[in-house]
Design a protein around this ligand. Structure first.
Ligand code: CA
Length: 497
């Protein structure tokens, strides 16, 4: 008996040591932050010292991508490792959208949970809640907790979509049952104040679409009533994420953890905390970038305080490229000056041009990653398979269908390659970009927006802003990429077998 106990103790010890070697993993995803919106990518017009510090001590990618130029499909792909265009209903989710990732779908969180990780998502969700629709006054499930997260504190949709409440695990936080929350897409009563009826009283006027229910002096997309005790102040969201991340990391400091820190910054309405007002000289958009940078710094301070910095791999990325006027009159255009939100690239949010999906992408792991810059192609969709590789997890047969294991490239190991090609999705689901090496194909499938061509070929190394269509001069390259794109779109997955 004593021998068995002793053997058991050794086993637990060995397991504990193996577990202790697994790094903590944090993905900090900004919202609508462009490649040129951080100073480490060359901007002289904005200062992001905390992100720059991570880049200086880690690896900064010049070809780091998300999969789509809008929020929901990129987040879907990050969590599932599968291109969102393969799954219907993964476009920009409305306020009452049901859960878009069904329980049982392998996710980056469920994979890490099975590897013994504590898992949490703190911040913007925008992937739907509930079986058919969110039950705002009851249990909000399925949601993150049904697909691999132990804990969540969520902005359930976006800050410009109703309702302005936080969801903690399965319930709206601080909801008074005597003041139930109602959410809908129709004005509930003729006298319900909206951005149309009370426009002159708004503290931030809308330009397009945001004329629904007013909260905090700002009208939103959609309508809601009740839940007054649960409503947040937009100005406090950054602090909410930081405080909750600090609490949760401290609670889990002695075991490996995975945190998806999903900031609402710099999505509209851009309402940073009062202490950041005027910090950028570019109005609310620039000030929100400063707030996001502050959040990054605060997360790193928590790691430093707990002695976890060298045990933690941190990725800083964005869910799509930049946009200026995205439905509110917040002077983003007027105060832009010489700032180039997409850096040297064309397009931005909603577009298949590079600016739509090529974003800031930094990987930090002090003591393990040799600091530098990498031109390898990596994407947020690859984190699922790459983290599986890093933690010794098997890849699921029925998941991570387009997630490449590029962990060696992410860690900057000598000679390591990123992915050979990447599909970029616009907000209509009808236009695709295909980056393959230095080449970029744009191709329309069905009816699509007119802002980008129906079909074009660019050589990104010579023409990063996609101005010179080489389709006529390069018919063979064109055909090769057409075939590659068609095969990828019609296949069940592009992950190497
Ligand atoms: Ca976004």
């Amino acid at each position: 008996m004593r021998i068995i106990c002793f053997a058991l103790l050794i086993m637990i010890n060995v397991l504990g040591e193996a577990m202790a070697e697994k790094p903590n993993l944090i993905v900090i995803m900004a919202d609508d932050l462009g490649y040129g919106d951080v100073s480490c990518n060359g901007s002289k017009t904005i200062s992001t010292p905390n992100i720059d510090k991570l880049a200086a001590g880690g690896l900064r990618f010049t070809s780091g991508y998300c999969t789509a130029s809008t929020c929901t499909p990129t987040r879907y792909s990050l969590l599932t490792g599968t291109y969102a265009f393969r799954v219907k209903g993964t476009g920009v989710a409305p306020p009452n959208a049901p859960a878009l990732i069904q329980p049982g779908t392998p996710t980056i969180a469920s994979m890490l949970q099975q590897q013994g990780y504590a898992t949490a998502v703190i911040g913007k969700w925008h992937l739907g809640l509930g079986q058919n629709a969110p039950d705002w006054n009851g249990e909000l499930k399925p949601g993150p907790l049904e697909i691999g997260f132990d804990h969540c504190l969520l902005l359930p949709t976006t800050n410009d979509r109703v309702p302005q409440v936080l969801v903690e695990d399965h319930r709206v936080r601080n909801l008074d049952p005597n003041d139930p929350l109602w959410v809908g897409n129709q004005q509930p009563t003729p006298d319900h104040p909206t951005g149309s009826s009370h426009r002159s009283e708004l503290k931030m006027d809308w330009s397009v679409g945001h004329y629904g229910t007013i909260h905090n002096g700002i009208s939103r997309i959609g309508y809601y009533t009740g839940g007054n005790n649960a409503r947040f102040r937009d100005e406090d969201l950054g602090d909410e994420w930081v405080q909750e991340a600090d609490r949760w990391i401290q609670f889990n400091k002695d075991r490996p953890f995975f945190l998806f820190f999903a900031s609402h910054d710099i999505h509209v309405p851009r309402v940073p905390h009062e202490r950041f007002l005027g910090a950028s000289g570019m109005g609310p958009r620039g000030d929100s970038i400063v707030e996001f940078d502050w959040c990054v710094g605060e997360v790193m301070k928590t790691l430093d305080r707990l002695g976890l910095t060298e045990k933690t791999l941190v990725v800083v990325c964005s869910d799509n490229g930049p946009v200026l006027d995205d439905g509110y009159k917040d002077q983003a255009v007027e105060l832009l000056g010489d700032h180039q939100p997409a850096g040297p690239f064309s397009g931005g949010k909603y577009s298949v041009f590079e600016g739509g999906t090529r974003t800031p992408f930094i990987v930090s792991w002090p003591g393990t990653i040799q600091p530098g810059t990498s031109d390898e192609i990596v994407c947020t969709i690859d984190l699922a398979s790459s983290f599986a590789s890093l933690t010794g997890a098997a890849l699921p047969d029925n998941g991570f269908l387009d997630s490449f294991n590029v962990i060696d490239a992410l860690l900057g190991r000598p000679g390591a390659k990123g992915r050979p090609h990447l599909i970029q999705q616009d907000n209509t689901g009808t236009k695709f970009g295909l980056r393959a090496g230095d080449w970029k194909l744009i191709r329309q499938v069905g009816k699509g927006p007119k802002a980008t061509p129906k079909e074009a070929l660019y050589h990104l190394a010579d023409d990063p802003d996609e101005k010179h269509d080489l389709a006529q001069q390069q018919p063979e390259e064109m055909e090769r990429l057409r075939e590659l794109l068609n095969n990828a779109l019609t296949s069940e997955g592009t992950r190497p077998k």
